[in-house]
Design a protein around this ligand. Structure first.
Ligand SMILES: NC(=O)c1ccc[n+]([C@@H]2O[C@H](COP(=O)([O-])OP(=O)(O)OC[C@H]3O[C@@H](n4cnc5c(N)ncnc54)[C@H](O)[C@@H]3O)[C@@H](O)[C@H]2O)c1
Length: 462
């Protein structure tokens, strides 16, 4: 049976853009994205989308009101759908068994319970959220035990591999689509129904089908491998600083080996985002649960290295500024966890700013897309006191006001606009000696030195 109506629970960074792409590519399928967050739904229905992604406005505009709908009426959305994506958050559990490592599956469970309660007939349920292996078993048993109208279900795993900042490109032309299902006749039919939705714009050879557990696990493993590459090159960045080697030259030399490849070898202040750390910790916990301590310890190191990279960046700033940043103004350029997104979840900027504030620095923060409210809230959630935030944090509307009378400047996001900053003007505005700590290697080292700055670039030394 071809799919005529799709619903997605969760209108976040994944649910919104993914469904907008499906709706724009499949005008004959009605796509409804449902979320209880009224503010988010109102924003999706307005001219200011809640998620910033290059090209997303046009994709949403092409289908909104035609076959793309955003609603808070979750029950009706479920009732009317043949296929339901579950794209709710799966944050790291902060309490109880597995706290700090395991995935918190409460949103998945309550979504499954609601689907069971409301559904009639046959529905395909698709895990879009990133979840631990075997979650499909839990979803199936909740659905089977709580369905008053005798509905039947097939559960599929279809993890999302989009990267924030390039979500539209990634959805339009993904490296692969992964669909896992039960290896039964009904399971195969459900896999084919979903595959044929994607096949409207994605070549069949890029649509991979596997069993449920391989699909669930592959998402965690993909993120673990990506994060591992960043921690690997970051570990080498410290050795480069100690020895006089240049991390970019090393990355280039090893990346030309076709077995290694050039991508994800950029040293930086560390990885962030809502996924890498969470999914690594999730993998660590899974390995612990299956009594594989050597495997879990191996992956835990990737997270440790990332934490160390952030703290040694702060230490470098403090030591360079004569061992005290108390009452010194430090300009922070970039707060998002990467360029081209307004997402700050797990952004290295949060911990760097927190630790500088705990040293009583005054921070002048500029980010082109992150709101003042988000920055203040993130610092509060990271444990900085409201008083310290009120007295020592200034949010600036442009980079030049941030650097005015600053002792130092630190880049924490690789926004393209930082590459074209007027370095002479910045040098004139800053106190001397003017220090630059380029945590994202966005500025030209040679140009900075030529202008007279004292420069620290990760993997290159001061
Ligand atoms: N952000 C990414 O780049 C990315 C990439 C790939 C996979 N993922 C995974 O996708 C999932 C979603 O991530 P996100 O970044 O979109 O999260 P998000 O926090 O931006 O969005 C989740 C949304 O789900 C809503 N929600 C919770 N319970 C619900 C329910 N029962 N019914 C309807 N809506 C409900 C919340 O209100 C929230 O708006 C996570 O598992 C994440 O790991 C994220």
């Amino acid at each position: 049976m071809p799919i005529k109506s799709i619903c997605c629970l969760g209108a976040g960074y994944v649910g919104g853009p993914t469904m907008a792409m499906i709706a724009s590519k499949c005008p004959d399928i009605q796509v409804t994205v449902a979320d209880m967050n009224e503010q988010r739904i109102a924003a999706w229905n307005s001219d200011t989308l809640p998620v910033y992604e290059p090209g997303l406005d046009a994709v949403v505009a092409s289908a909104l009101g035609r076959n793309l709908h955003f609603t808070t009426d979750i029950r009706n959305a479920i009732a009317g759908a043949d296929l339901i994506f579950v794209s709710v958050g799966t944050p790291t559990k902060s309490f109880g068994i597995g706290a700090g490592r395991a995935a918190d599956l409460r949103y998945i469970e309550s979504a499954a319970r609601l689907i069971a309660e409301v559904s009639e007939g046959h529905k395909i349920i698709v895990e879009k959220s990133t979840i631990p292996v075997k979650t499909a078993t839990a979803i199936k048993s909740i659905l089977a035990a709580n369905s008053p109208h005798g509905a039947t279900f097939q559960v599929l795993s279809n993890p999302e591999f989009l990267a924030e900042g390039t979500a539209v490109e990634d959805l339009e032309s993904p490296d692969r689509i992964l669909i896992g299902g039960e290896t039964t006749r009904e399971g195969n039919a459900a896999v084919e129904a979903l595959a044929s939705v994607y096949a409207r714009w994605i070549p069949r050879e890029r649509i991979l089908t596997t069993n449920l557990w391989s699909s669930e696990l592959s998402k965690l493993v993909a993120n673990a491998f990506l994060a591992q590459r960043i921690s690997s090159i970051n570990s080498i960045s410290a050795l480069c600083e100690a020895t006089g080697a240049d991390v970019d030259e090393v990355a280039r030399a090893i990346g030309m080996d076709s077995r290694i490849g050039p991508k994800f070898l950029k040293a930086s202040v560390g990885f962030g985002g809502s996924c890498f750390q969470k999914d690594l910790l999730n993998l660590v916990y899974l390995c612990e649960s299956f009594n594989l301590p050597h495997v879990s310890e191996y992956w835990r190191q990737v997270v440790h290295l990332n934490d160390w990279q952030k703290s040694r960046f702060v230490e470098k700033i403090v030591r360079s500024l004569y061992n005290t940043v108390s009452n010194k103004r430090i300009a922070i350029l970039g707060f998002a966890f990467k360029k081209d997104t307004n997402d700050t979840r797990e952004s290295p900027a949060i911990l760097v700013c927190r630790d500088l504030l705990l040293e009583h620095a005054h921070l002048a923060i500029y980010d082109p897309k992150v709101s003042e409210e988000t920055i203040r809230q993130d610092l509060l959630s990271a444990g900085v006191s409201p008083d310290l935030i009120a007295s020592n944090v200034e949010i600036c509307s442009d980079p030049y006001s941030a650097v005015t009378h600053a002792h130092a400047l630190a880049t924490l996001t690789e926004w393209a606009e930082f590459r074209t900053l007027d370095l002479s003007r910045i040098y004139d505005l800053m106190l001397k000696p003017a220090f630059v700590f380029d945590g994202r290697a966005v500025l030209s080292l040679d140009a900075l030195k030529a202008h007279g700055f004292e420069v620290f670039v990760i993997g290159k030394g001061l």
